[in-house]
Design a protein around this ligand. Structure first.
Ligand SMILES: NC(=O)c1ccc[n+]([C@@H]2O[C@H](COP(=O)([O-])OP(=O)(O)OC[C@H]3O[C@@H](n4cnc5c(N)ncnc54)[C@H](OP(=O)(O)O)[C@@H]3O)[C@@H](O)[C@H]2O)c1
Length: 242
């Protein structure tokens, strides 16, 4: 049941099949907005889409795409515009983590973390911002991390990627000062208690497999945390003409 009397907004969530992205999608669904759900795995996205429909989403569209591939991100943004004609808010939550020092993490694993978290965010900005600027409004929210402000032992690739995301957001804010309706923000996240437990499991699996792993699968995030992400995009209410 929609919790407002305005027309439904269009919200694109990356990393929507798990963790913070999934929780954000649920919150948006409860507001009765349109959802576009992006991640690589279609089956998990379809499960989330069914949940979102049950929770009251105006519509739920599944787009299987790899955020680290610029052409796939471009196609996903184009498909969103083709379907809805407009984007109000984009939440960039796709991310992976790997554990180890610079010299210990295999190059392909290190590159996957940076390509997903940092260059994937750049890909998203590259395709979303022209849309928001054309519209004269809308919000792009990147899910950041406390780790984008500090260095942490054995998390080299992740630390670098999250500092990069924070730099990206700052740069986008400067570059888009001429378009005051367009909001770029970073929601800063600290690990929840439950995800910290899961992440310890991930340390083991990433060490054994030598692969970048998901950050906090099956973890739960507080209402306040998810609200802080969506609050980053709440300027859409005042700047959008809808
Ligand atoms: N968990 C925490 O406590 C915590 C703390 C601070 C910051 N964060 C940040 O919050 C964001 C989400 O974390 P989370 O814990 O919710 O992660 P998660 O549960 O592991 O979910 C990650 C999501 O990203 C998707 N994804 C991964 N690689 C992708 C790619 N190349 N292209 C498209 N989608 C991709 C995954 O789906 P597929 O694998 O199917 O693609 C999944 O939907 C990340 O940016 C993370 O750095 C998390």
């Amino acid at each position: 049941m929609p919790t407002h009397d305005r027309p439904p907004r269009v919200v694109l969530v990356t990393g929507a099949s798990s963790g913070i992205g999934e929780a954000a999608a649920h919150r948006v669904a409860r507001r009765g907005d349109h959802l576009v759900l992006l991640a690589r795995g279609r089956d998990a996205l379809e499960r989330v889409a069914r949940d979102c429909d049950d929770l009251g989403a105006a519509s739920s569209t599944v787009l299987a795409a790899d955020i680290s591939k610029d052409d796939e991100v471009g196609a996903a943004v184009a498909a969103t515009i083709a379907r809805h004609g407009w984007i109000d808010t984009v939440v960039g939550s796709a991310g992976v983590v790997a554990y180890g020092r610079v010299e210990d993490v295999p190059a392909e694993v290190f590159d996957q973390v940076v390509s997903t978290n940092l260059l994937g965010s750049v890909n998203l900005a590259r395709h979303v911002l022209p849309v928001l600027r054309r519209q004269g409004g809308g919000s792009l929210v990147m899910v950041g991390s406390v780790i984008g402000h500090i260095a942490v032992p054995d998390m080299a690739a992740y630390v670098i990627s999250k500092w990069g995301v924070r730099a990206l957001v700052r740069q986008l804010q400067v570059d888009n000062r001429d378009s005051p309706g367009v909001r770029n923000g970073a929601a800063i996240f600290a690990k929840s208690q439950s995800s910290r437990r899961v992440s310890r499991g991930s340390i083991t699996s990433s060490t054994q497999n030598g692969s970048a792993v998901r950050n906090g699968e099956r973890s739960r995030f507080s209402r306040a945390s998810i609200s802080s992400i969506l609050a980053c995009g709440s300027g859409a209410a005042s700047i959008s003409a809808r």
